[in-house]
Design a protein around this ligand. Structure first.
Ligand SMILES: Cc1cc2nc3c(=O)[nH]c(=O)nc-3n(C[C@H](O)[C@H](O)[C@H](O)COP(=O)(O)OP(=O)(O)OC[C@H]3O[C@@H](n4cnc5c(N)ncnc54)[C@H](O)[C@@H]3O)c2cc1C
Length: 611
C-alpha cells in the first residue's frame, strides 16, 4: 500500500452539494502554497486510489412530482408504441418514418422532454429523460434516435449555453416539435478528430456570419429546421465557434437520405451550408469556444443514449426469455439448458450494471456536479457494448429464427451497432477515460498545468504530451491509500472489499505506467485501454453496490435476494477482468501485435494459405 508522502500536505475542505451530499472541492498543496480546485469527479479520483463514497451513496431515485409525471409519460409511450411492430418493420424497409408518425411523436410531447416548463416543455431531469428513452427503446431504436438526436445533442447546446433571449426565441417551437433539431459536427474529413473541421464562418462588418461547408451523417438532417453547427472562426479566443442555424436562413440544403445498416427509419443525410447568413445573435456560447460547447453537449447528452441502450437490453431479455421458454428441443424447453440460462443470467447482470451506471451519471449531471465527463464516457462505453452483447445473445437464443427478418432479432443487431461508433467512438472514449485519469494524477501534483493541461479537457481533439517535469513529479505520486467503503450494506462487505482493493491496485498501476512511460503515455494505447477498462469496472461496480445497498435498506434483505446475487456475480466477474487487465499491463504481447499489424499493413492482406 502506498502512503501519503511527507512533503505533500493535503487538506480537503468539505462542502455540501445542492442535494445535501458532501463533496470534496478543494485541496491545498503546501508545495506551492497555491490553492487548486479539484473537481468532484468520482472516476478521476479513482486514479488517486480514492473512492468519493459520499458522491455515490445512497443510490439516487426519481421521486415526488417528477416521478408522477414520468409515470404518465411512460404510460403514454407504452400506449402509443404498443402493437406497432409491423409499422416499425415497414419504416425500416422503407428507410424512413412517415410524416404522420413524426406528427404523432410531436403530439405526444416527446420533443419537449428536457425543455423547461416555462418554455412549453416537460422539464425532465436527465434521470427522467434517460428513463423515457429507455421506454421508447423497448419498442424501436429509430424512434429513440429521432427524439434523442433532437434532445440529447440537437438542441442541448441551446439549453446549456443559450442566452435567455435565444431560449425564449427557440425553445417553445422546439418543445412542440414545430422545429426539430440536429447537431452538425462531423464532416467528410473530420470524424473522431473533430477539431479539424473545415466548415467556415466568416464574420461580416455588421457582426453577422457567413457559413460555408458540408456536414455529413446528420441525424434528423432530412427534416430538421434548427441546426447546432460548428464552424471554424479562427480567432485569438479559439478556432471553432458554435452557431444556431435555421433552415429558413437560406443556403441550407439536405442531401439524399443515407441508406443505412440499422436505425434505418431515422433520418440521416448530408447538410450543406452555402453562403448562409447567420445573424450575430445566433452565435451559441462565446466566440472561439465552440469546441468546448460541442464536448459539453456530447457529455451531457450521453445518458440519453445510455438510457436507450438499457431499454434495448430489457427488450432483448424479454424476447430471449419468451423464445427460450417456448422453443422445445430434445423434448424440453431450451430454457432448461445450462448454456441458455447462462446467457439470460449474464444479460441480466450486464443490464443491471449498465442501468445502475447510466442512472448514476444522469444523477451526477442533475445534481450539479461540474465534472462528469469521464463518468459519462464510461457509461456510454459500458451501455453500448452491453447492448451489443445482448443483441447477439438474444439472436443466438433464437437460433435460425433469429436470423430471419420475420423476427425482431436481426433488426435489433443492425440497430444497435451504431451506438459504439457515434457520439464519440468507444476507442476514442476509452482513451479519454484513461488520459483524463492520468491528467488527474498530474493535477494532484499541480504541475501539469504548465504543460498543456487543456489537451485533456476534450475527448476528441487530440492528446498532447505530459511535460518531463510533470512526469518526474508523477513518479513521486504515492499518496494513495485504501479507502473503506463504509456505506455498502454489510451483506455485500466481501464485494466492497474487491473494489476497495482494486482501487488501490489500479492507482498503483496508474503510477507505475506514468513512471515507466512519462510523456510517452499518450501513445500507449494498449495500456490506456486496460486502464480505462479497469476504471470502468470499478465505477460500474460501485454503482451496483450503491444501488443494491439502497435496495436492501429500503426493502430488507430477503426481498433483495436476486439483486444481491447480481451484485455478487458482477463483482466476481469484474474482479477477474480487473486482475487480467492490470496484470497484462506489464506482461503482454503488445509489441508483437503491433509488429504483426505493421507487417499486414505492408502486405495489405492476409498472406498465408494452406495450398
Ligand atoms: C448513423 C449515423 C448517425 C450520425 N449522426 C451524427 C450527427 O447527428 N451529428 C454529427 O455531427 N455526426 C453524426 N455522425 C457521425 C459520427 O459521430 C462519426 O461517425 C463518429 O464520430 C466517428 O467518426 P468517423 O466515422 O469519421 O470515424 P473515424 O474517426 O475515421 O474513425 C475510424 C476508426 O478509427 C478509430 N480511431 C480514430 N482515431 C483514433 C485514435 N486516435 N486512436 C485509436 N483509434 C482511432 C475510431 O475509433 C474508429 O474505429 C453519425 C454517424 C452515423 C453513422
Amino acid at each position: 500500500m502506498l502512503g501519503e508522502p511527507a512533503h505533500i500536505k493535503v487538506q480537503y475542505s468539505l462542502c455540501h452539494s445542492n442535494k445535501g451530499r458532501i463533496v470534496m472541492i478543494e485541496e491545498t498543496n503546501t508545495i506551492s502554497e497555491t490553492k487548486i480546485r479539484l473537481t468532484d469527479s468520482i472516476a478521476k479520483y479513482l486514479y488517486l486510489g480514492n473512492i468519493l463514497e459520499e458522491n455515490i451513496f445512497p443510490y439516487p431515485k426519481i421521486e415526488g412530482e417528477e416521478a408522477e409525471t414520468l409515470e404518465m409519460v411512460l404510460d403514454s409511450i407504452d400506449k402509443f408504441l404498443e402493437g406497432k411492430q409491423d409499422q416499425f418493420r415497414e419504416f425500416d424497409e422503407k428507410g424512413a418514418q412517415s410524416d404522420e408518425y413524426l406528427q404523432n411523436l410531436r403530439e405526444l410531447g416527446l420533443f419537449g422532454l428536457i425543455i423547461p416548463e416555462e418554455h412549453g416543455g416537460i422539464g425532465f431531469s436527465n434521470k427522467s429523460y434517460s428513463r423515457a428513452l429507455q421506454q421508447t427503446s423497448q419498442y424501436d431504436g429509430s424512434t429513440s434516435l429521432t427524439i434523442g438526436a433532437h434532445s440529447s445533442i440537437g438542441m442541448r447546446g441551446l439549453l446549456l449555453f443559450g442566452s435567455d433571449e435565444q431560449k425564449a426565441r427557440y425553445m417553445p417551437r422546439l418543445a412542440t416539435g414545430e422545429m426539430i433539431a440536429a447537431f452538425c459536427l462531423t464532416e467528410p474529413g473530420s470524424g473522431s478528430d473533430a477539431g479539424s473541421i473545415a466548415t467556415s464562418a466568416e464574420k461580416q462588418q455588421d457582426g453577422s456570419w457567413v457559413l460555408n461547408g458540408e456536414k455529413i451523417w446528420i441525424t434528423n438532417g432530412p427534416f430538421a429546421d434548427f441546426f447546432t453547427v460548428f464552424a471554424r472562426t479562427d480567432s485569438d479566443s479559439g478556432k471553432i465557434s458554435a452557431f444556431i442555424v435555421e433552415r429558413s436562413f437560406g443556403g441550407v440544403t439536405s442531401g439524399p437520405k443515407e441508406d443505412k445498416m440499422g436505425i434505418r427509419a431515422s433520418g440521416t443525410c448530408t447538410i450543406s451550408f452555402e453562403n448562409v447568413k447567420v445573424p450575430p445573435e445566433n452565435l451559441l456560447g462565446d466566440e472561439g469556444k465552440g469546441f468546448k460547447v460541442a464536448m459539453a453537449i456530447l457529455n451531457s447528452g450521453r445518458t440519453g443514449l445510455g438510457g436507450g441502450c438499457v431499454g434495448g437490453m430489457k427488450r432483448c431479455i424479454k424476447l430471449a426469455t419468451a423464445q427460450a421458454s417456448e422453443r422445445k428441443q430434445f423434448g424440453r424447453p431450451i430454457s432448461e439448458f445450462g448454456l441458455i440460462k447462462k446467457k439470460i443470467a449474464q444479460m441480466t447482470v450486464d443490464c443491471f450494471a449498465a442501468e445502475s451506471l447510466v442512472n448514476m451519471v444522469a444523477y451526477l449531471i442533475d445534481s450539479g456536479h461540474e465534472d462528469y465527463s469521464v463518468e459519462a464516457a464510461m457509461s456510454k462505453i459500458f451501455a453500448t457494448e452491453a447492448l451489443w452483447k445482448h443483441a447477439n445473445e438474444a439472436l443466438q437464443v433464437a437460433g435460425g429464427s433469429g436470423f430471419m427478418k420475420e423476427y425482431p432479432y436481426e433488426g435489433i443487431v443492425r440497430d444497435c451497432r451504431i451506438n459504439m461508433i457515434f457520439e464519440g467512438t468507444n476507442e476514442i472514449l476509452r482513451l479519454y477515460v484513461a488520459l483524463s485519469g492520468f491528467q488527474t494524477a498530474g493535477e494532484y501534483l499541480k504541475e501539469i498545468g504548465k504543460s498543456g493541461k487543456n489537451i485533456f479537457n476534450d475527448p476528441i481533439k487530440g492528446f498532447g504530451v505530459l511535460s518531463d517535469y510533470a512526469s518526474k513529479k508523477l513518479t513521486q505520486l504515492t499518496s494513495v491509500g485504501r479507502d473503506r467503503l463504509g456505506f455498502v450494506h454489510q451483506t455485500l462487505s466481501e464485494e466492497a472489499e474487491i473494489f476497495e482493493q482494486y482501487t488501490v491496485e489500479f492507482s498503483k498501476s496508474v503510477e507505475a505506467i506514468l513512471r515507466k512511460h512519462g510523456k510517452n503515455i499518450i501513445g500507449k494505447q494498449f495500456a490506456s485501454e486496460r486502464i480505462a477498462n479497469t476504471a470502468i469496472d470499478i465505477m460500474a461496480g460501485l454503482c451496483v453496490l450503491s444501488r443494491v445497498s439502497s435496495l436492501i435498506e429500503e426493502k430488507g434483505e430477503p426481498a433483495c435476494a436476486q439483486a444481491i446475487s447480481i451484485a455478487r456475480i458482477f463483482s466476481q466477474q469484474a474482479k477477474r477482468r480487473m486482475n487480467q487487465n492490470l496484470r497484462r499491463i506489464d506482461k503482454n504481447e503488445d509489441e508483437a501485435q503491433k509488429e504483426l499489424a505493421n507487417y499486414i499493413f505492408e502486405e495489405g492482406k492476409y498472406p498465408w494459405d494452406v495450398l
